[in-house]
Ligand binder design. Structure first.
Ligand code: SF4
Length: 235
């Protein structure tokens, strides 16, 4: 019996789509296989495509190495590289992936190839044009991130139950701010809501106690990949 997590390599050779895949390029920081560390997909073997660049500067950002550098890679090359890993789940992350105009083309190509695709995005850019087959993991930036003003609130109207909202919280004030946003916007009725503590700033057990005390309808998460491998790159 075949493993449901394993996929055959995508089929090559579809005329116009092939031409587009060989001429479309993206700036890529890294492609790697790991366990998904967050979201409802936590624990699943996943190929990560980390696109280069981000217009935000969250105070606690843990992927600052993706702001610059990377290499320009064709869509074809990315699809080939992803297929070599032989897993069914792909996450496009950054940086801020949507800052690259060809990100939507990449997402659609991955869906067409049969992958289960998620997108991790800052919540600062328009998500409405993303392929609806993609599960969009949309951050809402609390005050301590330093990027609260960048929240694109119009995105909430585009979310479906297939998507997820994520808050990364640094302290009690961030938590209370997120709680108010969740309640006032009815976010738990829209899609799963994830709360994460900023590593080394907010003890996870403290966040857990606050959520329980408030009976907040959210899912708390800690970053599985950091428990397993610390801050090792490519994990
Ligand atoms: S949006 Fe993400 S990648 Fe960009 S600065 Fe914030 S945490 Fe870092």
């Amino acid at each position: 019996m075949s493993d449901p997590l394993m996929l055959d390599a995508p089929k090559a050779g579809r005329g116009g789509a092939d031409t587009q895949a060989s001429t479309t390029t993206l700036r890529v920081t890294e492609v790697f296989l790991s366990l998904q560390g967050e979201t409802s997909r936590a624990g699943l073997p996943t190929v990560f495509i980390r696109l280069t660049g981000c217009p935000l500067r969250c105070r606690w950002c843990d992927t600052t190495y993706s702001f610059q550098g990377g290499e320009t890679v064709t869509l074809n090359s990315i699809l080939t590289r992803v297929a070599e890993y032989g897993v069914a789940t792909v996450c496009v992350t950054g940086g801020e992936p949507l800052a690259q105009k060809n990100c939507s083309t990449l997402l659609t190509a991955l869906c067409d190839a049969g992958y289960s695709v998620s997108l991790e995005t800052s919540g600062a850019l328009d998500i409405s044009a993303v392929d609806p087959r993609v599960s969009r993991i949309v951050d809402i930036k609390p005050p301590e991130s330093g990027e609260e003003a960048r929240n694109r609130w119009e995105n909430i109207a585009h979310l479906t139950s297939h998507d997820e909202i994520k808050f990364v919280l640094a302290n009690r004030a961030d938590y209370e701010w997120a709680r108010e946003v969740i309640r006032s916007q009815g976010l738990a009725q829209v899609c799963p809501v994830l709360l994460s503590p900023v590593q080394a700033e907010l003890p996870p057990a403290q966040l857990a106690e606050w959520i329980l005390a408030d009976r907040l309808p959210v899912r708390m998460q800690v970053q599985l990949h950091k428990l397993l491998w610390g801050n090792a790159p490519g994990k």
